[in-house]
Design a protein around this ligand. Structure first.
Ligand SMILES: C[S@@+](CC[C@H](N)C(=O)[O-])C[C@H]1O[C@@H](n2cnc3c(N)ncnc32)[C@H](O)[C@@H]1O
Length: 265
């Protein structure tokens, strides 16, 4: 875990003695600033990676700590963690990609994050199943205004071909994958290691600096574990100067979904 800098004081937020003892090294890696209110810590933190491993992008971490702690204690789901991480990255007016739109819940969350008065945002959402695209379309129809719906481009396409539908001049801040099968649909139709790997390469090409590739990986279905291994291999090969790659795995729940986040510096 990490130490946080509160004003001029470093405060260990991990219980492990070994980690606490490494605060000074962490100081080289990350510099946190925050607002401290008279009754305690404010919920808004800014993280600024300004070391040799650094990036120029600052992240608003507002709300993230509640979700993470909820997740550690089994009270928040992997998808809720993913949405909270997206909120740290995505801004109004951004272009984002839902690489597996399924029943549309992720697409809907993305629209709410990017939509603004200018109408310049774009949400590209895709799936290989018509049933999924119809389900997403129905959810968007009942949940969004006409103006918000115009921001979404739904495509019947494999995510390995996402570049065929995304306009070249749209820098993308988020590509999200919620892998596996369509809930309530045919469980035999799942995402597959090889196409997920190709899609990750495409996401890698189109993502702008400061952007995020987010995956929620379901390992309980046939091929799910192999898919996770493919993603781990892809992620661990990314250059540390340019990427921060992390996965959250429940050690005593081997079939629990695994959130993976690949942040481009
Ligand atoms: C877990 S569901 C996605 C859930 C969805 N994000 C939501 O919010 O409801 C996985 C989806 O991936 C889709 N899928 C499978 N292979 C795909 C591929 N190669 N390209 C795009 N979508 C794919 C499935 O049809 C399924 O709808």
């Amino acid at each position: 875990m990490l130490s946080l800098k509160f004003g001029s004081k470093w405060v260990a937020v991990a219980t492990s003695e070994s980690v606490v003892g490494r605060q000074r090294h962490l100081r080289d890696l990350c510099c946190f600033s925050n607002r401290i209110q008279s009754n305690g810590l404010s919920s808004q933190y800014q993280i600024d990676f300004n070391s040799p491993l650094s990036s120029k992008h600052s992240l608003s971490l507002e709300g993230l700590e509640d979700v993470m702690v909820g997740y550690f204690f089994g009270k928040k789901r992997a998808t809720e963690v993913a949405h909270s991480v997206w909120k740290c990255i995505v801004k109004k007016g951004d272009t984002v990609v839902d690489a597996t739109c399924g029943n549309g819940y992720d697409t809907l969350a993305m629209v709410k994050m990017v939509a603004d008065e200018s109408g310049s945002a774009r949400v590209y959402a895709m799936d290989v199943q018509n049933e999924a695209l119809e389900s997403t379309s129905a959810l968007l129809d009942e949940s969004l205004s006409e103006k918000e719906k115009k921001l979404v481009k739904l495509s019947s396409i494999c995510h390995s071909r996402m570049e065929d539908v995304i306009l070249e001049d749209s820098p993308v801040s988020l590509v999200a994958f919620n892998l596996g099968y369509l809930p309530g649909g045919n469980k035999a139709i799942t995402t597959k290691s090889e196409t997920t790997f190709q899609a990750l390469k495409a996401a890698h090409r189109i993502l702008k600096p400061g952007g995020l590739i987010s995956l929620v990986v379901y390992v309980g279905h046939p091929g799910g574990m192999e898919e996770l291994e493919t993603i781990e291999k892809f992620s661990s090969d990314l250059a540390v100067e340019n990427w921060i790659c992390c996965k959250l795995q429940m050690l005593n729940r081997p079939l629990a979904p695994v959130p993976v986040f690949l942040f481009k510096r």
